[in-house]
Design a protein around this ligand. Structure first.
Ligand code: XMP
Length: 513
């Protein structure tokens, strides 16, 4: 089967990853490359199509990122988006200027000419614009295929050469028929067949891992989160017991979580691997005694993890490969020259310094989060693990405001369990980005029966978010909140008050510390 690949040349636009995801949604493999990649490398990749991204610059300034005009001589279809469209116009002899009127947001698009990119798209549609420059004149050989009220060349094309350009962003959902346009580009223009499937990724990866590892020993830090779980299962399918997974229970996990991880990955679980569970709860509580400053807590939890992992690695002896659950968004190099960053999650950050090994293996480094989940399902990992909401590395340590004690961990675990149970019962668990209970450092007076109480307040947090960079407090129906509140104060010893956090991010953060 021919390996079809489309590449996205990154000129610094904020949606570069989204473009790659959209292409992959067409079952065509796609990678983002920095605009500094040289032409020979592109030739070696031999992509079926190239997409130029948007970017914050003006093509007519010398300081702006460009690409050699020779790229247009490769005979490969090219789609320019926003800055990418202006770059195409500029390099091929058109004119780009500051637009007299900038357009931002939903804009009506009118299609003026027959164009393969717009096959099946309505004559009047809505697109998403975000630009201050525009193409004032299309290069010779191009037709103007669409306009908006303020943008005379909202789309242009040279179908003979297979060059297409759109001023708007087809990759964002606000462009109503954007996905149709991307499909048209990859299928009609580039001639892709869409043969990239998760089954083939999983199969190929297992085969490649097996041949790379041979008889070597592999070590993986398993947290029970989706990335490390999927990475571990891929490795287990590839090399079985040559893989050792170390799972550190730091006593700051959600209720029953340590046992659930052990159930799936442990000796009675579903996979062939060596599983080491380190019960380090007391060790963590001792280290955290008297510590109240959030960053200090994070540092201690991270350091302790590394120390424990180092001890376990020593017991195992010489390791050939260390597994990391790095995923694609952590890897992508920005077109503006930022270098690749390896995930700085405390669970994995720093491990390479303390474990002796020959090579790092990152089996998920080319996958987006939703693709990691698909791979997880493909591998038969239980759905509750695959769709687990994000959980911070320092765990409940950052959900207990102030000093962490074993008693406070119990309180927050019980309250959080009830909260999650009721949210699931109400059918709200699929829609929210993240939700959890936190323990405030506040105690207040209450009355229960005929007795005065002086107990802790639990705060409930729930946010709607897609990127976790910004978030809004979820609007949980009052009846649900009221039921949760009753259950928590009645069932969790040590709590006499429940508060709901209505703060967005910004100005708040999602976690409490
Ligand atoms: P904040 O609180 O920064 O959270 O709005 C954004 C997302 O990151 C998670 N988070 C962490 N994850 N180590 C992690 O692995 C951490 O120290 C940490 N702090 C926050 C948080 O759960 C949310 O999904």
């Amino acid at each position: 089967m021919e390996k079809e690949i489309v590449i996205v040349l990154d000129f610094g636009g904020q949606y570069n990853q989204l473009i790659a995801r959209r292409v992959r949604e067409c079952n065509v493999y796609c990678e983002v490359k920095p605009h500094t990649i040289d032409l020979e490398q592109i030739k070696a990749i031999n992509p079926k199509g190239i997409i130029f991204t948007g970017g914050p610059n003006s093509v007519y300034l010398d300081t702006s990122p460009h690409y050699s005009k020779e790229i247009f001589g490769l005979g490969i279809p090219i789609l320019g988006i926003c800055y990418g469209s202006q770059l195409m116009a500029h390099l091929l002899g058109g004119e780009v200027q500051t637009a007299p009127v900038s357009e931002y947001g939903h804009t009506e698009l009118e299609i003026d000419a027959e164009d393969p990119l717009f096959k099946g798209v309505s004559a009047k549609s809505v697109c998403w614009m975000s630009h201050t420059d525009y193409i004032a004149k299309a290069p010779e050989g191009f037709q103007v295929s669409a306009h908006t009220q303020a943008c005379p060349v909202a789309a242009m094309s040279n179908p003979k050469q297979k060059f297409y350009a759109v001023q708007f962003h087809p990759e964002v959902v606000h462009t109503k028929e954007g996905m149709k346009m991307i499909q048209n580009f990859v299928y009609q223009v580039c001639g892709c067949t869409g043969n990239w499937r998760m089954e083939s990724f999983v199969e190929t990866t297992i085969r490649q891992l097996r041949s790379k590892i041979g008889t070597g020993k592999v070590l993986c830090a398993l947290s029970g989160g989706v990335d490390s779980s999927v990475a571990a299962v891929l490795l287990s399918k590839a090399v079985g017991r040559q893989l050792t997974c170390v799972f550190v229970d730091h006593g700051l996990l959600r209720k029953n979580e340590g046992d659930e991880v052990e159930e799936v990955f442990g000796p009675n679980g579903n996979y062939e691997l060596s599983f080491v569970r380190v019960n380090a709860q007391q060790r963590y509580y001792n280290r955290l005694k008297g510590v109240t400053e959030p960053e200090e807590k994070r540092k201690i939890i991270g350091e302790e993890f590394i120390r424990i992992f180092e001890e376990e690695a020593k017991k195992i002896g010489a390791v050939d490969f260390l597994v990391q659950g790095t995923i694609y968004p952590d890897v992508i190099e920005s077109g503006l020259g930022k270098s690749a960053v390896i995930k700085s999650h405390h669970n994995v950050g720093g491990l390479p310094d303390v474990v002796d090994f020959k090579e790092i293996i990152e089996p998920l480094r080319m996958l987006f989060k939703d693709e990691v989940r698909k791979a997880g399902l493909e591998l038969g990992i239980p759905r509750h693990l695959v769709f687990r909401q994000p959980f911070p590395g320092p765990g409940l340590g950052v959900r207990i405001v102030g000093e962490v004690t074993e008693e406070k961990v119990r309180i927050v675990q019980e309250a959080d369990y009830i909260y999650r149970e009721e949210i699931a019962k109400a059918g709200l668990d699929k829609g929210m980005g993240q939700y959890f209970a936190a323990l405030t450092n506040m105690r207040s007076v209450g009355v229960m029966g005929d007795f005065r109480t002086y107990e802790y307040a639990i705060a409930l947090r729930a946010v709607d978010t897609s990127d976790f960079m910004t978030a809004e407090a979820s609007q949980i129906p009052w009846e649900v909140l009221s039921k949760i509140t009753n259950r928590i104060v009645n069932e969790v010893k040590g709590v006499n008050r429940v508060l709901y956090d209505c703060t967005g991010k910004p100005p708040g953060t999602i976690e409490f510390e």
